[in-house]
Design a protein around this ligand. Sequence first.
Ligand code: DWN
Length: 416
Amino acid sequence: MTEQIQCRACKKTNTYLFLPLGDHPAANAFLTPQQLKQIKQQEQQEQRWPLDTIACLDCGLVLVKDQLPADFFTEYLYVPSGSETMKRHFASFANDIRSRWITDKSDRVVDIGCNDGLLLKACNDIGVATLGIEPAANIAEMARAKGVEIFNEYFTAESAQRIRDKWGSAKVITTTNTFNHVDDLHGFMRGVVTLLADDGTFIIEVPQAITYVEMTEFDTVYHEHLSTFAVKSLADLFDFFDFTIVDIQPLPIHGGSMRVSARRTHFASKESSPAIEWIERERKAGLFDRATYDAVAKRTQKIRRDLLALLANLMGDGKKIAGYGAPAKGNTLLNYCGIGPHILSFLADRNELKHGRYSPGMHIPIVPPDRIAEEKPDYLLILAWNFADEIMEQQKAFSAAGGKFIVPIPEPRIIG
Ligand code: DWN
């Protein structure tokens, strides 16, 4: 029985380490040629930490321990603007915010972890006042270039007070795929309590634990993705701060997410909270049972076996295989399965910040997508499987030339 840890959401210690994935480098720590050279010459260690997937059997949180250095996000390589899906998603979210939660022109939306400002630009475009909070200097500049006002520091209980002193309270606080990167959720919530107007709304977008379990999305766990939330884990967390969930919307993005809106309990009704029905669904899905996670571990090991066998057979037939997408999740999969340049000759990715770099751990070169037409692989392993439709649509020329796709989750399969 491994040592139990305290759950960062509900603070109970009924946790279960069900899936040790090995020692992994940080999933977004894409290496420059210089860094790779120093590693190869043993001048520099590529830092790795145990990637142990843990479940809280009380609130359903799927979590990893926080092990990354404190300043990890001061230079960041992920931006959502590389995806048409995400551009459409944030435009729709901006309209939803204005129609449901904004009542006055002076009402401000504060987006914590605003990244390159995609959501706040969409809010500004429809006349909503905004402020972005983004600690990564390189990404903050991209947001500023879109005309988005930025507070370039981490959001904490302390910085929340300074933000409120300078810009006033927020009518809406949003945080999309940031809450799952935060270790001190209670400190973050103290900041929300400070910054949010009394009648304000706190809106979180995060991947769902129920989808992680049902679709065996083991690769969505990495050192920066500290948590994958169940509705119950959010409800238990909010209880500490007298917030109540008032709306839950399932979202198809990032492998199955949810948009959860919460308000202070004196502006909400616990009895009619949608959380009640969702938590019942989570209970029926076995999110609070050890056996559920034993089954996830077994399915994960089967995905590894089946994917390696599929790739070995194709290579045995003389087929050439490359990867499409260099997502953070792809590095969990590549490092867990031991898939390196001996199998995938390159990873094609549209994000220019990653071009010329190498994947952490397996050191596969990352190149622009036009390399596909030059190298003509027979198969593309889609590591950004959450965008498989968009990617296959884009790569119609590859399919027309006889190329086929491999999608690894929830089971490795060939498409095309
Ligand atoms: O929370 C996070 C999620 C939201 O995004 C971050 N911690 C890190 C990141 O995770 P990821 O890197 O796994 O996210 P994506 O958005 O699944 O990565 C997609 C990758 O694929 C990007 O590098 C862009 C690339 N891409 C592409 O090359 N062509 C994406 C699309 C849609 C394309 O057509």
